[in-house]
Design a protein around this ligand. Sequence first.
Ligand code: PMP
Length: 414
Amino acid sequence: MTSDCPLLPVIGGDLRVPLVTGGDARYVNLDYAASTPALESVATHLNEVLPLYASVHRGAGYASQVSTAAYEHARRLVGAFLGARTDDAVIFTRNTTDSLKLLASAVPGETVLLDIEHHANLLPWMEHAARVVPAAGTLEESLRLVDSELAARPASLVTVTGASNVTGETLPLRRLATIAHRHGARLAVDGAQLVPHRRVDLAFDGVDYLAFSGHKTYAPFGAGVLVGRRDWLDVAPPYLRGGGAVTTVTLDGADWRTGPARHEAGSPNVLGVVALARAIRALDELDPGAWHDHESALRERLVSGLEQLPGVRVHRLFSDSVDPVGVVSFTVEGADSRLVASYLSAEWGIGLRDGKFCAHPLLSRLGIAQPALRASFGLGSSDADVEALIAALAAFLGEGPAWRYEQIDGQWNV
Ligand code: PMP
């Protein structure tokens, strides 16, 4: 099975970029895990709705009414796509980081997590009551450790990444939900890298909360989602205090709304939300089998190509993980990752990520002291992208880097 053409057209799919050697090349975007390109259908839709750009929930004017309807329609569409239950709230935020911070402010007790999280699903919990369980070398053993931690001391929530932003490995959400629920805890999922690659069904999987970002899900920057059980959110401190979140205000205090409005004060990012919903509609219309096969064929080819290159090491967390998504991290022995990434960009027009991927404890767990490299892809990717990276790395290993890259400052490794 090959994926010789993109599954859906994306903006910038035929972009050309200048090369340091002169001339230009097709831009090979292997940085989907940072931000996916927007789908063409999303861009078309944005152009259609732009004339009706207006503030929502505020005015009787036609544009305001249409924008309000579009904004609330987006909420329903996102909830339906994710299999939200009737007692779930869909709250629009800025991104996954924002969603998880909001959730952390609403949890009425302790939270258990593994030490394999992106900083966005680690730092907010550390401000509250978090118990971090060191993951084991297998998923099986890691699940057992979460189980024992909850058995030893109850917690309100277990929070996990749906798919790792470093290794692409996925976590078994249904099993984690069963474990959490058995001990009276809820399950939250950082879906930043899962929602762009896999269908998630909150009701079916037993996931109580899910966070994700529009800019990693084929829409532009600026809108994110927190979806999940309303009860905690309805009594949590309002995340943003201001217009729209209150029913009445006097100089003595305010009556705060319940539902999404409680946490969405101010003028929301209507266009971002509408774009996100249009991208979700496109994902909903995809054949799940074709979507899965497209990305797993690319991943298999990439991993086998990388593993055949001398000195290239592909990173994995668990020896028993199954069905990872299109995110692959690796290091080139003896080579500075910033230098490799710069070479790939300047000489081949390949964009990928170098650094520590906002997951420092995870990189320590993998025994990676220095920044690494990450290639990631999705609906707009094809075999040609993967082959370009493998060929470029082979050339790098064959020729060695040109002197001009040795000046590059390797400090930028967040
Ligand atoms: N969680 C994971 C797993 C991620 O990959 C990212 C983004 N790199 C985030 C959270 C944070 O997403 P955002 O920057 O959109 O808030």
